[in-house]
Ligand binder design. Structure first.
Ligand code: FAD
Length: 370
C-alpha cells in the first residue's frame, strides 16, 4: 500500500496551494477531492494581496480588473470610491479552482476523487484516512483543507462552537440585467452584513453576506428581491449558500498529525468574508512547515494572521454594531485610503500600520514621490 508523505484532503484554494508547494518541495502528496459535486459557492473576488500569493499566473481566469466600488447603506444612495490602480480582480471560482488543480497536478501532486471521509486515525508513525467508499489511505501527515464544514475536523474535534459567517449567492446572466454594474457593496442589505454585485463579463454575481449567522437568516427570496431591485431581474441561476470559517483566532490550526488550512482552520476575515487570501496563506505556511520538517511551527507561523483576524474582528463588531457610524467613516474618508492599501497588496491591518508612518501615509494618499 502507498504511504504518502502528505495527504491533502480538499482541493479548493487552500488545498491546491498546499499541494502545489508540497509537490514543488519534493514531497509525495495526494490531493484528495471529496464532498459535494456542485462547485463551491464563492464570488471569486481576489484582492491584490491574494493575487500575489499564487505561484503561477492566473490571468487566464481573470474576468474583470476592478479599480472602483459603489457603496450604499440601508438602501440609501450609492457613492463611488476608487483607487489609481486595480485593488481587486474578478474570477469565476469554478475556473480558478480548475486552474489551481491543474497546476498542482502538473507540479507533481497525485489526484483522487472520493465521496467523502468516514474516519481519521492518528498514530506515532502517521495518519490513516478511511474514505466513504471504504478505501484506507495512509500518510505521515494530513492537511485538512476541506472547508468550513471540515469533515476531518468534525471527526477529530467536533464542530467549532463559534458561529461562523454565512453567504448566499447566485448568477444573473448579463443579458437579463438592466445594466452592468461596477463592483457594488450595499451595507445593511442584511443586518450585520451586506449585499454585493460582482461584474463577471457574461454574468453578474449577486450575493448576501452576514458575519454572524445567528444574527440574520439569509434567504433565497431576499437574494432574488435584492437582484430585482439592483439589476431589474431576480432570475438568478446556481443559487447556493455556504458558511465561512472565521474562528482561527480562537482555535489551534493543528491537531497532532493534522494541519488545518483555509476555512477548515477558520482563516477567513470576518468584515467582508474574504477567505481566499487566508486559504492561500495557510496552505502555503502548512506546506512550508512540513517541508522544513517542523510541523510544530505551523501554529506559530499562523499566529500573525490570527492576530490580524482578531483585529479585523474588533473592527467588524464596531462596523456592524454601529453601522451608521461605521459607514459614515468608510464612505466619507476611509474608503480611498483602504482601497489604496488594497491596491498596494496590503491587508487591512497592513494599511493601518502603513498609515502610521509619514512615508506610508504619503503612499496611501497618492502623493508624488511616495
Ligand atoms: C457565497 C460565498 C462567496 C464568497 N466570495 C468570496 C470572494 O469573493 N473572495 C474571497 O476571497 N472569499 C470569498 N468567499 C470565501 C471563500 O470562498 C472561502 O474562504 C475559501 O473558498 C476557502 O477555501 P478553502 O480551500 O479553505 O475551502 P473550500 O473552498 O470550501 O474548499 C474545500 C474543498 O474541500 C472539499 N471537501 C469537502 N469535504 C471533503 C472531504 N471529506 N474530503 C475531501 N475533500 C472535501 C470541497 O468539495 C471543496 O472543494 C466566499 C464564500 C462564500 C460562501
Amino acid at each position: 500500500m502507498v504511504h504518502w508523505d502528505v495527504i491533502v484532503a480538499g482541493a479548493g484554494q487552500a488545498g491546491c496551494a498546499a499541494a502545489w508547494d508540497l509537490a514543488a518541495g519534493g514531497a509525495r502528496v495526494l490531493l484528495l477531492h471529496g464532498g459535494p459535486e456542485r462547485p463551491k459557492p464563492c464570488a471569486g473576488g481576489l484582492t491584490i494581496k491574494a493575487l500575489r500569493r499564487y505561484r503561477f499566473p492566473v490571468d487566464a481566469v481573470i474576468r474583470e480588473r476592478v479599480d472602483r466600488v459603489a457603496m450604499s447603506r440601508a438602501g440609501g444612495p450609492r457613492v463611488l470610491a476608487g483607487a489609481a490602480v486595480p485593488f481587486c480582480v474578478m474570477t469565476h471560482r469554478r475556473e480558478l479552482d480548475a486552474l489551481c488543480r491543474e497546476r498542482a497536478l502538473a507540479r507533481g501532486a497525485e489526484w483522487r476523487a472520493v465521496a467523502g471521509v468516514r474516519a481519521v486515525r492518528q498514530g506515532a508513525a502517521g495518519v490513516t484516512l478511511t474514505t466513504s467508499e471504504g478505501e484506507v489511505l495512509r500518510a505521515t501527515w494530513l492537511v485538512a483543507a476541506d472547508g468550513a464544514h471540515s469533515p476531518v475536523r468534525r471527526l477529530l474535534q467536533g464542530q467549532p462552537a463559534a458561529s461562523p459567517a454565512m453567504a448566499l449567492e447566485g448568477h444573473l446572466p448579463r443579458a437579463k440585467a438592466r445594466h452592468y454594474p461596477p463592483m457594488t457593496l450595499d451595507f445593511q442589505e442584511v443586518p450585520g452584513g451586506y449585499g454585493w454585485l460582482f461584474p463577471k463579463g457574461d454574468h453578474i454575481n449577486v450575493g448576501l453576506y452576514v458575519w454572524r449567522r445567528d444574527r440574520a437568516r439569509l434567504g433565497r427570496d431576499h437574494l432574488a428581491d435584492y437582484a430585482r431591485r439592483a439589476l431589474g431581474s431576480g432570475a438568478l441561476e446556481e443559487v447556493a449558500g455556504y458558511p465561512l470559517g472565521t474562528w482561527l483566532a480562537r482555535r489551534s490550526p493543528r491537531c497532532g498529525r493534522v494541519l488545518f488550512v483555509g476555512d477548515a482552520a477558520g482563516s477567513t476575515e470576518p468584515l467582508l468574508g474574504e477567505g481566499i487570501y487566508g486559504a492561500l496563506v495557510s496552505g502555503q505556511l502548512a506546506a512550508g512547515a512540513l517541508l522544513a520538517g517542523r510541523p510544530g511551527d505551523y501554529p506559530l507561523l499562523m499566529a500573525d494572521w490570527g492576530e490580524e483576524l482578531r483585529q479585523v474582528e474588533r473592527v467588524t463588531r464596531i462596523f456592524y454594531g454601529v453601522p451608521a457610524f461605521g459607514y459614515a467613516a468608510l464612505s466619507r474618508w476611509l474608503a480611498p485610503t483602504l482601497l489604496a492599501g488594497y491596491a498596494a497588496g496590503l491587508t487591512l491591518g497592513g494599511t493601518k500600520r502603513a498609515w502610521r508612518s509619514l512615508k506610508g501615509r504619503r503612499h496611501l494618499l497618492g502623493s508624488p514621490g511616495a
